[in-house]
Design a protein around this ligand. Structure first.
Ligand SMILES: [Zn+2]
Length: 102
C-alpha cells in the first residue's frame, strides 16, 4: 500500500509508511524516513513526532495553550532541522527513534 508520503524535514518523497484501519478509519499509522530518520506515529489518539534528536508527543487530549505552545516549539524545531539538513549539518539525524517498531 503506497501512500506517497514526503518527508517534512528532508523532502525525501518515498517515506516508509504502515497504517492499520478498522471500520472507522485509520487507528494506527507509522512513518519513517530512511534518509533523515524522521519518525511519526499515530496510535489510538496518541501522536509522536521525532526528528534530529527532538521528540514531541501529544494526544487528542492536548488542548488550549498546551497545544499552541507545543505546536510552536515543534514548528521552530522543524524549521531548524530543515535548515541544518540543507546545510549538511547532519550529526543529529543519525540517531533513529528505535523504541517503537512499525
Ligand atoms: Zn527525511
Amino acid at each position: 500500500m503506497y501512500e506517497g508520503y514526503t518527508c517534512p524535514i528532508c523532502g525525501y518523497d518515498d517515506v516508509d509508511s504502515v497504517a492499520y484501519r478498522d471500520e472507522r478509519g485509520i487507528v494506527e499509522e507509522y512513518l519513517r524516513c530512511s534518509q533523515c530518520n524522521y519518525y511519526y506515529e499515530y496510535a489510538y489518539g496518541h501522536y509522536v513526532e521525532y526528528f534530529a534528536g527532538h521528540e514531541f508527543a501529544w494526544s487528542y487530549m492536548t488542548k488550549g495553550n498546551e497545544w499552541v505552545n507545543l505546536m510552536r516549539k515543534m514548528k521552530r524545531a522543524q524549521f531548524m532541522a530543515r535548515r541544518n539538513w540543507r546545510k549538511g549539518l547532519r550529526d543529529k539525524f543519525k540517531v533513529a527513534y528505535d523504541d517503537v517498531e512499525p
